[in-house]
Write a protein that binds this ligand. Structure first.
Ligand code: NAD
Ligand code: ZN
Length: 376
């Protein structure tokens, strides 16, 4: 199991946020080494590990053993898997477990899991005792390249997704790339949509590299570590430029306006659509919509679609199993997701691959007629 890792296989991305700065370590074997890495950085010697029922059987025992071996007293809480766990009810359970474990401000809450566990545990870490230390051990590709970095935490309410939460940066992120071996192929692909997104936002060379190397990224090894490190670096750059999303951080929402509308239209039913799949379709739509507004060449939209299709992601609304509501209903979801100011919407549009920008004057009538045209 615990093969000695050649140091060259591992990557470190530092998020330089002043007194909230932290390291992201990316590579194999990090769960087995987590105790040492955490003990070297945090003063406290207690930790509450939060995980879910899919991840626990694979990695919880190894993590707890690693913590105990480093002198960190560990308690653990295993929650149900899935988006519904990001709720007030489970937030209470987590806060209670953290307090029962007598975790104090220099001790840590450790999130071992995907974005659901990360968002929920990070929120609890941000509010218990007005903030305790927080370590992310992301186990899904999406969490390794996106949700574990940047400090956004939160839960869902019946008003919508992620509406209650706090900014609470982690003190350390350990992205153990071996953990991805037990992730389903579908969840891996969905996370890959967010990897491609970084190229499409402002890194055309990275997108071209992915077009050439995606098979190796899917296979594992050095190319996978490289893609995750490049993604974490890209996310870190955006977060450092705009920690609380007053401006450029919005670029991370490329493809997400259409994507969220499709997630809502499928009632967040993961059998039909998971987040990254919605983002894949959304990114193709964002490029097509930009071409329709004469901002970008239609060839770029074709190139984006060809790549996402090659990796096996859905790229068209018609790829979603089952019927979709009419374009008007999708438009309502977009209008709810966004602040509509006198018929104008804020959208992430593009001048081409790697040339995205924030447009805040998109007429909603244009969006609606585009959706009607694209509706299956
Ligand atoms: N905070 C942020 O900045 C941010 C950014 C993007 C997304 N998010 C949030 O992240 C969530 C989605 O994250 P996700 O896609 O990781 O979802 P998830 O946490 O539900 O994980 C997906 C599935 O994979 C399973 N899983 C995770 N790791 C595994 C492993 N190594 N082996 C086997 N199974 C494993 C989980 O149990 C779950 O069933 C959403 O709630 C979204 O809102 C947050
Ligand atoms: Zn996303």
């Amino acid at each position: 199991m615990n093969a000695i890792t050649p140091a060259s296989a591992e990557r470190l991305v530092r998020v330089p946020l002043g007194e909230r700065a932290y390291d992201i370590l990316i590579g194999p074997g990090l769960i087995a080494r987590a105790g040492r890495e955490i003990a070297a950085r945090l003063k406290g010697r207690k930790a509450a590990v939060i995980t879910d029922e899919n991840v626990a059987p694979h990695y919880l025992a190894a993590l707890v053993a690693s913590l105990e071996a480093a002198g960190i007293q560990a308690s653990s809480l295993v929650l149900p898997a899935g988006e519904k766990t990001k709720s007030f009810e489970h937030l209470m359970t987590v806060c209670d477990a953290v307090l029962t474990a007598r975790v104090e401000r220099n001790d840590a809450v450790i999130a071992l899991g995907g974005g659901v566990i990360g968002d929920l545990s990070g929120f609890a870490a941000g509010i218990v005792r007005r903030g305790v230390r927080f370590v992310q051990i992301p186990t899904s590709l999406l969490a390794q390249v996106d949700s574990s970095v940047g400090g956004k935490t939160g839960i869902n309410t019946h008003h919508g997704k992620n509406l209650v939460g706090v900014f609470h940066q982690p003190d350390l992120v350990l992205a153990d790339t071996d953990a991805l071996n037990t992730l389903s192929e579908r969840e891996f692909r969905a996370g890959y949509a967010e990897v491609a997104k970084y190229g499409l936002i402002d890194k055309p060379d990275f997108f071209a590299w992915l077009e050439a190397n995606w098979r190796q990224v899917f296979a594992g090894g050095a190319a996978r570590i490289e893609a995750i490190a490049a993604s974490c670096q890209a996310k870190s750059d955006v977060v450092v430029a705009d920690e609380r999303e007053n401006g450029p951080r919005a670029l991370l929402n490329l493809g997400h306006t259409f994507g969220h509308a499709l997630e809502a239209a499928t009632a967040y039913d993961s059998r039909r659509l998971v987040h990254g799949e919605g983002v894949a379709i959304g990114m193709v739509l964002a490029h097509e919509f930009s071409a329709r507004l004469n901002l970008a060449s239609p060839d770029d939209a074709k190139r984006v679609e060809a790549h996402l299709k090659a990796v096996g992601l859905p790229t068209r609304m018609g790829d979603i199993p089952g019927d979709l509501p009419p374009a008007e209903t999708l438009m309502d979801a977009i209008a709810q997701d966004k602040k509509v100011k006198s018929g104008k919407l804020t959208f992430i549009l593009t001048h081409g691959i790697g040339q995205s920008f924030v447009a805040d004057d998109v007429p909603s009538s244009e969006v609606l007629s585009f959706l009607k045209e694209k509706h299956p």
